[in-house]
Design a protein around this ligand. Structure first.
Ligand code: NAD
Length: 499
């Protein structure tokens, strides 16, 4: 018997049941040990088709369910997910590698959107205008789009599915979720939680898979809308292919988030924030700070303060409560991230901390944290999204240079400004061409009552995710004009109706 035959298989979730049956499989590793711990089934086009068809059938009934009943299911799902938070976090840590407290954090940010969706009756309210012309009223309703495909990245295997799927379901749609094949287990726990909350079978189907499943989803005639989060090249190609098929699509891509530190900022607080936001989750967050922009004369002090803090971080398995940072997700990520650090000095950066110097026992995908100073645009470490614990420092003379630097980047997901001056903060908010902005807040992920999204190459499409914009994306507006004339008012008039 081969090793793969004896390993547990992470299956699909179809019509309320787990299905392990797939000819193709992909290995799932424990990033803390490098051990091949499970396999994940990879869907073929026929299985994706089955999932979409069953979702379409379930959706026809779901859109007729009263909104009060729908929101009860979301409330119940919230309670169940909260009660199972520990189990969900353990599944995330075991396949993603992030520390348990961080995994719990992502679940709570996902639950924020579940909270928002419990108010679905309010979010689905339409509009009404009385007497738009004599005896004519107009109202607008929001109707679900049908079946939605949700394609998610490895770095938030619970939060992003909870953002997408809960909003789509609350709006009356069915969902086919295609999670990352690197950490797929938690998607099954989420689907089971919704089932246990009373969500009818077929409304939240999970197909595990790779590009084969994605290609089938984005071309399937019964998929009406696609929500995607992942790297920029894939986001852009999915946006183009899905739009060609006439589908509604929002495709969120990669990031390179700058944190500007003004000379008047409180430097210790700024250094704390930079270290937390750069190295938390091993830098594998789309809102991680990957560039600190040091303005004016504070640069030497700031770099020193960041260095002192970064050197003291405890790196180890995510299951160890003393670990502040876990491993990277895969051997490929480790090779890619350390490769960038290895080339940084040749590119002209000053390597203040080299994560490769720190040694780790065992076969896990660990690296220490890196800090690169005197980085400039044109260097690969600046231009590319590294997606690891590597913080670059760019030194600029003044505020205008900082804004020019950020506005020249092709990425525009998040940014932050550290200052104690309100006027500078207001100008920054006005000037900066980025989707999410923090003022003394390093990771400005909006709370659930707002929506999440970047600009430029960080988002293809025009609707942000979750919150009010999520409800816009997952509904179609229908406008109804109504008149109740007396028979005596009836006449033939071939002219175009006017007021
Ligand atoms: P990825 O692009 O490799 O994968 C994302 C999804 O696309 C996965 O489900 C994967 O199976 C699928 N996929 C991969 N290659 C494909 C292909 N050729 N064709 C079709 N589908 C394919 O991204 P990842 O490595 O899982 O996640 C990290 C990336 O996601 C980073 O770039 C990060 O910045 C980005 N991200 C962005 C946001 C945001 O809000 N903008 C949020 C989280 C993550």
């Amino acid at each position: 018997m081969t090793e793969t035959q004896t390993l547990p298989v992470i299956g699909h979730f179809l019509d309320g049941r787990v299905l392990e049956d797939s000819a193709r499989r992909s290995p799932v590793f424990d990033p803390a040990t490098g051990v091949h711990q499970k396999d994940v089934a990879l869907a073929d086009p026929a299985l994706v088709d089955q999932a979409v068809r069953s979702a379409a059938e379930a959706q026809r009934a779901w859109r007729r369910v009263g909104l009060g009943k729908r929101s009860q299911v979301i409330f119940k799902a919230r309670q169940i997910l909260l009660a199972r938070q520990g189990e969900l976090a353990a599944a995330i840590t075991s396949e993603h590698g992030k520390v348990l407290s961080d995994a719990a954090g992502e679940i709570s940010r996902g639950l924020e959107n579940v909270d928002f969706c419990t108010g679905l009756m309010h979010h689905l309210k339409g509009e009404y205008a009385e007497q738009v012309s004599t005896g004519i009223d107009v109202h607008q309703v929001r109707q679900p789009v049908g079946v939605v495909a949700c394609i998610t990245p490895f770095n938030f295997p619970a939060m992003i599915p909870l953002w997408m799927a809960t909003t789509a379901l609350a709006a009356g749609n069915a969902v086919v979720l295609k999670p990352s094949e690197r950490d797929p287990s938690v998607s099954l726990l989420i689907a089971q939680a919704f089932k246990d909350a009373g969500l009818p079978d077929g409304l939240l189907n999970v197909v595990q898979g790779d590009r084969v499943a994605v290609d089938e989803l984005i071309t399937h005639p019964q998929i009406e809308a696609i929500s995607f989060v992942g790297s920029t090249p894939i986001a852009q190609s999915i946006y183009v292919k899905a739009a060609e098929q006439g589908k509604r699509v929002q495709a969120l891509g990669g990031a390179k988030n700058h944190m500007v530190v003004m000379p008047d900022a409180h430097l210790d607080s700024a250094a704390d924030a930079a270290v937390s936001a750069a190295y938390g989750s091993a830098g594998e967050r789309c809102m991680a700070v990957s560039v600190v922009v040091a303005v004016g004369s504070i640069a030497d002090d700031l770099v020193q303060k960041i260095r002192e803090r970064a050197e003291k971080l405890t790196i180890g398995p995510g299951t160890d409560s003393s670990s502040e940072m876990g491993p990277l997700v895969s051997a490929e990520s480790l090779e890619r991230v350390t490769g960038y650090v290895a080339r940084a000095a040749d590119e002209g950066a000053e390597v203040v901390l080299d994560g490769r110097d720190q040694q780790f026992e065992g076969g896990g995908y660990f690296t220490g944290v890196s800090l690169l100073d005197h980085v400039r645009p044109g260097m690969k470490v600046y231009d590319d999204e590294i997606f690891g614990p590597v913080l670059c420092v760019v030194r600029v003379e003044n505020y205008d240079e900082a804004v020019e630097l950020i506005n020249s980047s092709r990425f525009a997901n998040g940014t932050a400004l550290f200052t104690r001056d309100g006027k500078t903060a207001r100008e920054f908010e006005f000037d900066i061409e980025v989707g999410m902005v923090g003022v003394n807040v390093p990771i400005p992920v909006p709370v659930g009552a707002f929506s999440f999204g970047g600009w430029k190459d960080s988002l293809f499409g025009d609707t942000h995710m979750y919150g009010p914009e999520g409800f816009n994306f997952y509904t179609r507006r229908k406008v109804v004009s109504t008149r109740w004339p007396e028979p005596s008012e009836s006449q033939i008039d071939l002219g175009f109706p006017t007021n």
